[in-house]
Design a protein around this ligand. Structure first.
Ligand code: ISE
Length: 335
């Protein structure tokens, strides 16, 4: 029988996951949708047969037929939902961030450690993108030699209303933190955020773009251009420079047209479009693993490490200069 999933958070991401589980994924169904906004929960739940609506995550999880939990609420609500799921020993796919800061992430690690086995997968979906997967596999073969430098570009059309400068680090660059750690198999040890004169299109005087530099414990350097009001499209690119060559992903050249004296293609407009296939692969992998009683993918440790790097990044953004990352020792549960 299909996995009964409770989806917490019926916003943009949560509603898209509900649709995905019903329309794309095999082996699972959404049995309940939870949102602090009762109307929104009802509205999303009503689109699918047999799906109930709730406002309280713990109450939804207490239902007899719940097999797994997908958390897509705002980051501040994650800790309580994660601890409630762990208390019921339910497997969880938690959208990034795991939690908004390192201290709360550590409390989640501790709760998982007490269970003695992994239950949490963190939604760093780039690890499921076909291009990023190819890049990771190539690096793993060792053909290119040792990675020396990593260049990331991360551009959004426009920042959502109310965005502040630190959200570029916490919400956006957190992906590059994870991708850097994953591709290199190294921890990030220090962060420096440089602040060019902001774009005239950055709303409310926020610091956009930013240029972020990571140092790693393997001696590599990664840089990130984060520009969330670029205006033209959603663009995510990475280039690894190694001893014997380079490799680059994210050029988005799926189709090039030539017409009327010009050539070109289209640029995706948001992450639900750019990473649609990655989200599909991520959720299917989670469902498949869960049905086999396994937990795969990015771990709570990966979520904690990103939170710790975010804290260093936000300090560098606000105080200037290079800030070292403060990581606890990696618990044996996470290899
Ligand atoms: C958003 O939360 C995401 O996760 C997107 O991947 C990222 O591009 C965007 O900047 C974030 O706000």
């Amino acid at each position: 029988s299909p996995l009964n999933v409770v989806v917490i958070g019926a916003g943009r991401m949560g509603a898209d996951h509900v649709r995905r589980i019903h329309e794309v994924i095999s082996g699972a169904r959404v049995s309940a949708v939870v949102d602090v906004d009762a109307e929104r929960a009802k509205d999303v739940a009503a689109r699918f047969e047999g799906c109930t609506a709730h406002t309280d995550p713990a109450a939804a999880m207490a239902a007899a037929d719940v097999d797994a939990v997908l958390i897509a609420s705002p980051g501040e609500a994650h800790e309580a939902a994660l601890l409630a799921a762990l208390a019921r020993d339910l497997p969880v796919l938690c959208e990034k961030p795991l939690t908004p800061d390192a201290a709360s992430a550590l409390r989640v690690l501790e709760a998982e450690r007490r269970l003695g086995r992994r239950r949490i997968q963190v939604g760093f979906m780039r690890r499921y993108d076909a291009e990023y997967l190819k890049l990771e596999q190539l690096l793993r073969t060792g053909q290119l030699g040792r990675p020396l430098l990593l260049h990331h570009r991360h551009r959004n059309v426009a920042s959502p209303p109310g965005w502040t400068s630190d959200m570029l680090i916490r919400d956006s660059v957190s992906h590059e933190m994870d991708v850097t750690r994953w591709l290199l198999g190294q921890e990030i040890t220090a962060v420096t955020v440089l602040r060019p004169t902001p774009s005239g299109n950055a709303p409310g005087g926020i610091q956009d773009p930013q240029f972020v530099i990571f140092e790693t414990d393997g001696g590599a350097i990664a840089d990130v251009e984060i520009f969330v009001n670029c205006g033209f499209g959603y663009q995510v690119q990475a280039e690894v420079v190694c001893e014997r060559g380079t490799a680059r992903v994210g050029d988005g050249h799926a189709m090039i047209t030539h017409m009327a004296g010009r050539w070109g293609g289209t640029v995706a407009q948001d992450y639900l479009e750019r990473f649609a296939a990655a989200y599909d692969r991520e959720v299917q992998a989670w469902v498949d693993a869960t049905r086999r009683g396994r937990v795969t993918g990015p771990t709570a440790w990966d979520g904690y490490a990103a939170a710790a790097v975010c804290e260093a990044g936000v300090r560098s953004l606000t105080e200037g200069g290079r800030v070292e990352v403060d990581l606890v020792e990696r618990p044996t549960l996470y290899g």
